[in-house]
Design a protein around this ligand. Structure first.
Ligand code: SAM
Length: 367
């Protein structure tokens, strides 16, 4: 268990939540669909980030058994959960200063818990439906993803206002495994260009060390991996959430699996490893923009110092609600700058025709 990472994840969740609150001039107005005010959402988060988990016992199962399921459930924004009575916000006027002080206090107490407690122990006083009693570690995963869920709610006010009379969009289905897998079972993969992307191919061509560990997250049909193998690269890892896709990849690359290639079915955000090169193509655009800081942080943690995150990212905004989610050069610079030296973040001169003028080439070096 990486306690430092856990601390940083909790910190990022609280700070992003506060950042989302700051985006509202008035925190006491109901959302356009009648949902909680921003102040009420904050009160709910304050009530649910209380770190008193009661009595604990030694755990006789993996301490993180439910972590992925918890995260998947909380980040599936299409599902609505009932709120437990004790976590219902009070109906009153709130002030930002008061809310921030209480949020900071709860964060501080969670940090103390991370620093001092044995997080593998099970909290026996609270039982949840489906999972039963959680370990302290799992509670922290729940708290982090619960905050992310409500950060989404707080940043969603404008969209709800805009869309209150429009048909339901796809927004909110990203990150669910089923959501992505359905594209592959129905062969509805409009992002798939059918060959290695020319800018990435050109970059690979100048990479000398054939033994460098290379990762392609959200790999899709992984034409770049095929190219890498054909060029003699010896340590390539692919990860994608969609099991139908990874089954196809296992079959397509069967002679290389376990030798020069690993294919992992799973969530990039849970992946552990160290790479010299990570290749990005239409993966960032598949991730909720609220998770971009987390994406940059995760990419950084997967790279050796001096390792490269390279590829192409969209610099246009899409008319429809995403995915794909677009962005601007400025957005990306802000996200990456804290952790990466930006060697290149510039218009891509060799994009495929249909993406010309709408993507930038990135070559970022992990500090
Ligand atoms: C838009 S597609 C791009 C696929 C490929 N990079 C390409 O350009 O053809 C996004 C891919 O990311 C995968 N994906 C989405 N979220 C993921 C996550 N959290 N972890 C791993 N893969 C994910 C999806 O299953 C999908 O294959």
């Amino acid at each position: 268990m990486n306690k430092l990472l856990l601390r940083e994840q909790i910190h990022t969740a609280f700070e992003s939540f506060k950042g989302a609150i700051k985006g509202h001039g008035d925190i006491n107005t109901k959302r356009a669909d009648g949902g909680w005010t921003v102040g009420e959402v904050a009160d709910h988060i304050i009530k649910s980030t209380d770190s008193n988990f009661g009595r604990t016992l030694k755990t006789d199962r993996p301490y993180d058994l439910h972590a992925i399921a918890i995260k998947t459930l909380f980040l599936d924004f299409t599902t609505k959960f009932p709120t437990a009575n004790i976590l219902e916000p009070d109906e009153r006027k709130y002030s930002v200063i008061e809310m921030f002080a209480m949020l900071d206090n709860n964060k501080k107490r969670l940090f103390e818990m991370i620093d001092t407690d044995d997080l593998t122990e099970t909290c026996i006083d609270i039982e949840l439906p489906t999972w039963g009693s959680l370990t302290k570690y799992e509670w922290l995963v729940l708290i982090e993803n619960h905050i992310i869920r409500h950060t989404h709610q707080v940043t969603d006010f404008e969209r709800v206002e805009r869309q209150k009379d429009q048909p339901k969009s796809m927004h909110g289905k990203f990150l669910s495994q089923k959501y992505w897998n359905d594209f592959y079972t129905t062969n509805d993969i409009s992002w798939d260009i059918g060959f290695p992307s020319p800018p990435i191919k050109e970059y690979i061509d100048q990479w000398q060390d054939r033994k460098s560990p290379i990762l392609i997250p959200g790999c899709g049909n992984a034409y770049e991996a095929e190219y890498l193998l054909n060029q003699g690269f010896a340590d390539v890892t692919l990860i994608d959430l969609a099991p139908t896709l990874t089954a196809t990849l296992h079959n397509k690359f069967k002679s290389e699996i376990g030798k020069r290639l690993s294919v992992i079915t799973g969530d990039f955000f849970d992946h552990e490893g160290k790479y010299q090169l990570i290749i990005e193509q239409t993966f960032l655009s598949a991730i909720d923009p609220l998770l971009r800081a987390k994406y940059a942080e995760k990419m950084h943690s997967l790279l050796v110092k001096g390792g490269h995150l390279t590829g192409v990212i969209f610099t246009k905004m899409f008319e429809e609600d995403g995915p794909p989610f677009g962005g601007s050069v400025e957005d990306y610079r802000n996200i990456f700058l804290p952790r990466f030296e930006i060697k290149q973040l510039q218009p891509c001169y060799n994009s495929i025709d249909r993406r010309k003028g709408s993507e930038v080439f990135i070559n970022l070096i992990a500090r």
